[in-house]
Write a protein that binds this ligand. Sequence first.
Ligand SMILES: [Zn+2]
Ligand SMILES: [Zn+2]
Length: 451
Amino acid sequence: MSFEGLAEVLGKAERLLLAHSLCDYCLGRQFSSLCYGAGNDERGRALKLILTMWSLIRYRESGETPEILRRLASTGFGPAVKTLQALGEVPPKQSPCYICGGALTRRRMEEVAEKAAEELREYEFRNLLVGAKVPADVREREDELRAAFSIDTGEDIKEDITRGVGSALQRRFKVPVEYQNPDIVVLVDIFSGTYELQVNPLFIKGLYRKLQKNIPQTPWYCRYCWGRGCGRCNYTGREYPGSVSELIGEPALKLFEALSYKFHGAGREDVDATVTGTGRPFILELKHPRKRFVDLTLLEKIVNEDARGKVEISNLEYSSRRELRILKNLSPIASKTYEAVVEFDGDVDEGALRQVMEMFRDLVINQRTPRRVLRRRADKIRQKKVYYVEAEKLGDRVVKFRIKAQGGLYIKELIDGDEGRTEPNIAEVLGRRPLKIDLSVIEVEYPGTRG
Ligand SMILES: [Zn+2]
Ligand SMILES: [Zn+2]
């Protein structure tokens, strides 16, 4: 039997300790990859214990106290202190760990964990992740030491901290560690004894219907005062009171005890258009929520009662950041079906109406940014497809259209032509000018999905 490899490890540990005072964690961490299922503090203690025994063997052979025994005692290692005393020597003063300065102790990790746990008790979460902040000078000392002693069996100091604080929190909360998408990240700084909670947002998806006109999807601020309040807006700061976003977001904010929210619609309708039929998909992002296990039927009930007659939500489900990305990417290619009741400035010819239905079938429309949105959108020509237009006369001058088009096509302008900026357009074919357009979205459809 040969202990050659082991002798090398022990030799390295001895040289490290002769050069620097190292705590159990910081010594053990240099040899992390040499065994599994043990903490670095255990590994460090094991090495220190063997070196203490080896010291005594050498003492008995030579009659001299090896220097390593004094160095071991100066790291505060109990068995070395006792052994040294047994040899009649006064143990040297304890010097702090060269790498961590003494911050890495089980007690310190427990203390930070307990502080964080106190705040964590106010939150609902299914899983956790512990992260660690390490000062640059600590990293530098460890890097230099590893280079000087050719250490290639070590691991990152973060691992010690996250393992220590992580297991202390695990004992208290019994939730799994989640690396990909944790509900809460506890970022600890063991060196200053502080921590920070990063509470990840919660996502809820659903469908909304807008039953009343003149409700913008998101708050529409007064164009004169931009929300501060002025005489023009009656000191409300708004162009329109309320919004779909607030009617859904505010009750959710209270229910989930969140700090703020963000409303993401799958596209948006005009402020004076309603959304009927299946409704428009949305995802509500709640930031820093304290509650995560709320029954969504309760949210649905509260919103639908508070916003009665204005907005109605349905099909609520918990969602994710991934689904939000999909929603955002799909919006431009989603197709939408609209219903428009249009009153024209004169009688509408049946033949011309049939011509509209034949012509606007899988037709590409060249649409220059409508004048009414020029303030918000770049002036350019977009090409969007109309899938079909169905028309039904409700009176001599009144027509009900059902229009299915690619997301992003402005429907009002498809009908009235926007003074030639949208080509071709329905008004041109009919030879009539629309006086009033009543628009509502009745369905939003994604490729491969419905809803
Ligand atoms: Zn240390
Ligand atoms: Zn104002």
